[in-house]
Design a protein around this ligand. Structure first.
Ligand code: GTP
Ligand code: MN
Ligand code: MN
Length: 469
């Protein structure tokens, strides 16, 4: 320990958003332990646990950004996010190969049950604790208890527990993205569709798929989501979800005390729910298998076979309407990149007129599975099916807020937390998914690229792949 290299200590910033962190790094053994401690603190969810959880996450972020594998805790001298507790955990791992504190949690029954239960869609630490207090040990125990709640998310989450626990693969995400893009092009040819969340940061799987949408004409984005959901419902891909309206208003900027901008939740129009992903999404991006077997499949799959043709057809065309390149970076937003022909436009108009007529019919039931009883949801889950239930987040942003929304919905969660705190502490500005605001002047700083967002923040640009802290 006499010759520990501490030469890089001063070069490393206190801010995770300045350092950046990639998905893979050379200190996984340590960050895995620290994130388990973070996870444990979050699940305990008592008075001081939030700040403890945050401390573990901050320390984990430091280790992710180290350019070398840790061999001695002395190498961490000078890092403000490494406290006594963390130092002890790391020293134990370095000296004995593991930390007793971490291993105790890893083997704790309480921790296992809490993880098991909070993995149910709609279940947080409080509900998970109440289930443990009832003596329930497993998902089977909870299911046996029958109707236990009024929250549809929990009923659906329990019925489709196994489906929703299986990670969404990159292939499924790509297949779904292609489908959304195809539908959106029909609804509104100029619309922009981007997969955000973990997949945009380069993760190969995730607990859900997050898709952000916008339209280059401000205001034109307002009705695309309900139309898209209508289209998905027609293909029998919608299971259950809920809409939230856009509740953002510029009035929030003039009054610092308004709760609106303080909340870490944003105010975009969105649909959060569960969709059907045909099994073919997992194996074939172009849905070949669905097309090949469409004769023997039910109606929904036949509709999907229509997609497979559309998608394959489009794959051989230059994709001039799509202004998002394969690596998901945005091209400049000049209008000429959004070429559309008149034929397409008149088709869109025709379609919209038809839809308006359809819309005037009684709206008793919007989506096929919306009103299923708990029993019906369970039998749907237990039926012989050729699809998997998947968590989907669809978000719509006005174009003027789009690049801030993109940063916000790309994450990671901790990257957002850090960059927002940095904006506040260092620049005195408020950063949200809606924009960057000077609250004193009541001004917003507009951005027309992610790079511009980072420039406004006086930060070096970080590629989504480097936002994995
Ligand atoms: P996996 O889905 O597990 O792969 O991870 P993920 O990083 O995609 O997480 P998640 O889908 O939960 O969220 C994606 C990003 O959107 C994260 O950076 C979140 O912080 C952010 N996010 C999630 N919900 C909200 C929300 O209500 N408002 C805002 N502004 N951001 C959100
Ligand atoms: Mn996600
Ligand atoms: Mn999400």
């Amino acid at each position: 320990a006499d010759h520990v290299d501490t030469s890089n200590v001063t070069e490393v910033s206190d801010w995770a958003c300045k350092r950046g962190a990639t998905l893979t790094h050379c200190n996984e053994k340590f960050t895995e332990a620290l994130e388990l401690l973070q996870n444990h603190a979050e699940l305990r969810n008592e008075a001081s646990d939030y700040s403890r959880a945050l401390a573990f996450r901050r320390a984990s972020c430091v280790l992710k950004s180290l350019p070398f594998a840790l061999t001695d805790v002395q190498q961490l001298i000078g890092y403000k996010d490494i406290g006594e507790h963390v130092r002890k955990v790391l020293a134990d791992i370095l000296d004995y190969g593991s930390s007793p504190e971490v291993e105790e949690i890893r083997n704790s029954e309480w921790f296992h049950k809490m993880k098991l239960f909070t993995n149910v869609f709609g279940v947080g630490p409080a509900i998970a604790k109440s289930w443990i207090d009832k003596g329930w040990q497993s998902i089977a125990d909870v299911r046996l208890a029958g109707s236990i709640n009024k929250d549809w998310r929990i009923s659906w989450g329990l019925a489709f527990y196994e489906d929703l626990l299986t990670p969404v693969t990159m292939q499924e995400a790509e297949a779904f993205e292609t489908l959304i893009r195809t539908e959106m092009k029909k609804i509104s040819p100029l619309s922009i569709v981007t997969v955000t969340g973990g997949f945009r940061r380069g993760k190969s799987n995730g607990h859900d798929i997050d898709i952000l949408m916008t339209h280059p004409d401000e205001g034109a984005e307002t009705n695309i989501l309900s139309k898209l959901m209508g289209a998905l419902n027609k293909c029998d891909l919608v299971l259950k979800g809920y809409f939230t309206q856009n509740t953002f208003s510029s009035e929030m900027l003039s009054d610092d005390s308004k709760k609106g901008l303080r909340s870490h939740f944003d105010h975009f129009e969105k649909w959060i729910g569960i969709c059907k992903f045909p099994k073919s999404f997992q194996t074939d991006r172009k849905l070949q298998s669905v097309r090949d077997s469409s004769e023997t499949l039910p109606e929904s799959a036949q509709q999907l076979s229509h997609y497979s043709r559309t998608i394959q057809h489009q794959d051989v065309l230059p994709s001039e309407h799509v202004n998002i390149s394969a690596d998901n970076t945005m091209s400049p937003c000049s209008k000429h990149t959004f070429k559309t022909d008149d034929k397409q436009k008149s088709l869109t108009l025709k379609r919209e007129r038809t839809e308006m007529l359809e819309d005037s019919s009684p709206k008793s039931k919007r989506f096929k599975y919306e009103d299923l009883s708990e029993k019906e949801v369970i039998s749907l889950a237990n039926s012989d099916r050729n699809w998997t239930a998947r968590r989907v987040d669809l978000i719509v942003s006005p174009y003027s807020q789009y690049y801030y929304a993109l940063v916000g919905w790309t994450g990671s969660k901790h990257f957002n937390r850090d960059i927002r705190l940095y904006a506040q502490k260092v620049l005195g500005l408020r950063l949200t998914s809606h924009g960057l605001f000077d609250m004193k002047k009541g001004e917003a700083l507009p951005a027309s690229s992610e790079e511009e967002v980072f420039r406004h923040l006086q930060l070096p640009y970080r590629d989504p792949m480097e936002r994995n802290c």
